[in-house]
Design a protein around this ligand. Sequence first.
Ligand code: FAD
Length: 503
Amino acid sequence: TAGTAGSYDVVVAGGGPGGSTTAALVAMAGHRVLLLEKESFPRHQIGESLLPATIHGVCRFLGVTGELEKAGFMPKRGGTFRWGANPEPWNFLFAYSPLMSGPTSTAYQVERMKFDKILLDNARRVGVEVREQCTAVAALREGGQVAGLRWTDTDGRAHETRARYVVDASGSNSRLARTVADRHYSDFFRNVALYGYYEGGKRLPGPDAGNILCCAWDDGWFWYIPLTDTLTSVGAVVNRSQIGALSRDPEAAMARFVERAPMIKDYLKDAVRVTDGPYGRLRVRKDYSYAMERFWQPGMVLVGDAACFVDPVFSTGVHLATYGGLLAARSINSVLGGGLAEERAFGEFERRYRREYGVFYEFLLAFYDMQHNEESYFWQARKVSRAEATDLRAFVELIGGVSSGESALIDLDTLKERFGSSSKDLADAVTRTGPAQSESGERMGELFGTQVVTEVMQGMNEIQARASMGGVTTLEKPLFEGGLVASPDGLGWALPTPAGTGA
Ligand code: FAD
């Protein structure tokens, strides 16, 4: 076993969106980070349909907005569903939500080979030492806590690197995660996915051409994701009981599924399946719906698929991974900076992360429940998010990834621009009196009286207050009673201060 030359505060296993987000945000706070990635990038990964919260929240914070624009990814305004009792496809657009209006109402469909490389290169750019073709093998323990990582390099040589924190972001096949806890598979989401890539498939009409199309049929549902003008990612999600047939003869299984889903059949009528390069074979994924019993232990934290994943239907995987990365980085930075006890910092991480996961989990349960019409999905979304939004808005916020009310996921500048200076009064009214108890509150109530908007407004107040008070205080409210708030720079946690004390 060789030692490593450098010494590090944090070692991250995995260079997907979860790992590169966490690593970059810890390095941005001035800490020394080593990231180990088993593959050599670009590498293939599924999870191509993204949410606005990832693009306009975390990615903006990471500083990759320009890079993403340059990459020319397919803009995604929302989703089109052939789902439920309605035989006609129906649309949702992110723009239905005031939290995601204007330029922030669009996400991207991405080729993960390109997207993940942008995030990993960005981690390098902000000071992370990235080593590709290096495999994390096991956590090093000392007393009751994790104290570093054993790994092998390109030549198979073994190394040990000691660090204050190990971040496991090595995805759904993580072997490290069980250091922290057991994995619990969902009883409900026991699906398998079979997917491949096609050239020349049809596009939805007009401005919806970039939408994800989800098409239910008797035995499951298809995703149909336009990655470029001509390239489409197509996947069938079916019951786990089909795994045998699917693994034996994927080509035949795919042909059979397409045959039985009329809209997909029509869309692929003139298309040819890609048969060479990284997109050239049909792939199967199974056992992907689970959560770890705990997301951290002293010295170690789980992020992204290493921690949890629900189901592909609403494109939440990359959102959960990058949001989890943001929360983990804040906790790590707070402890390394000496400001917070580990238990408190990571308690906040786990509660927020688990809440986000739980909200999506329940919503997707309802969605799969195949209610009789679209309205019932919307209604379920409302119930699950507990936001007092109109049904449609609750639905859209949930699937836009901003329902946590986490201000870092929302582009506050755009919101401020849109709602102008009235935002502070508005937030005050909503917070102080509740939407129904004052005239202004009443007027605003319908549009802005939701919990989630209230929290965003508080986020905006905080920014305004921070600006006027020289960055010394935070007025943001905690998500949980007794909980923490984001620090002024967004890279750590802070104790909530009573409004107006300036303490
Ligand atoms: P990953 O992206 O898997 O990255 C983990 C990295 O760790 C990899 O690069 C891997 O090479 C590396 N690694 C593994 N082991 C080691 C090791 N021992 N040492 C070092 N490195 C290691 N999400 C969406 O947002 N939208 C979608 O449309 C969507 N569709 C999906 C469809 C299906 C069928 C499935 C199963 C998932 C889908 N997801 C989707 C989820 C998405 O794929 C994941 O949630 C997302 O990739 C998680 O990111 P991550 O960084 O945690 O892990």
